[in-house]
Design a binder for this molecule. Structure first.
Ligand code: HEC
Length: 156
């Protein structure tokens, strides 16, 4: 077979493979369950930054972009959102267990939001000043992160 023939055959196989994986049902459940309760945000600004930087994976009001319908990206996003909601869901506050202990640390250390999310959502890349304000707001809302104090608990 000529090189051209081989390249063409490879191309056809790749396109066919791409089309076939679109048939996998996983990754297309883009339901947004109802919002039950949100944390008592210390300010609308803190909430707004959390919406931009965290809500797509940690709430029930996920914005599903067009590429969330295209495998294999859809599989990745589905897993991020399923796992994110399971650990921490700002829409089921007080009604489900939340792993919020090291929330402030995760943001301070740059672990959250995830780097791939920031790559696709430049607005989630906070400036140093915005990040400082966000951290202060998170600390005021959730406590912790200040090196001591431990569980603050809710006053509601
Ligand atoms: C792209 C999706 C995505 C975004 C955006 C995102 N997270 Fe996460 N987050 C995850 C996933 C997936 C996990 C579970 C896996 C892990 O712990 O790495 C997680 C876990 C966590 C945890 C629990 C850690 C643990 O396991 O105890 C905290 C706290 C957290 N995220 C905070 C945040 C905060 C705060 C923001 C916004 C500043 C944010 N995340 C943005 C996907 C995301």
């Amino acid at each position: 077979m000529t090189t051209r023939g081989l390249a063409l055959r490879l191309f056809v196989v790749l396109v066919a493979g791409f089309l076939v994986i679109q048939l996998v049902p996983y990754g297309r459940n883009h339901s947004n369950p109802p919002v039950l309760a949100e944390p008592a945000w210390n300010s609308p600004a803190t909430r707004a930054m959390a919406v931009t930087a965290c809500f797509d994976c940690h709430s029930n009001v996920t914005t599903w972009p067009w590429y969330s319908n295209v495998a294999p990206v859809s599989w990745l996003l589905q897993r991020h959102v399923d796992e994110g909601r399971e650990k921490l869901n700002f829409s089921t506050w007080g009604t489900a267990r939340q792993e919020s202990d090291d929330l402030v640390e995760k943001v301070r250390d740059g672990e959250m939001p995830t780097w791939d999310f920031m790559l696709l959502h430049p607005d989630a890349r906070l400036s140093a000043a915005d990040k400082a304000a966000f951290l202060a707001g998170l600390q005021a809302t959730f406590g912790g992160g200040g090196g001591g104090g431990g569980e603050g608990g809710g006053d509601d």
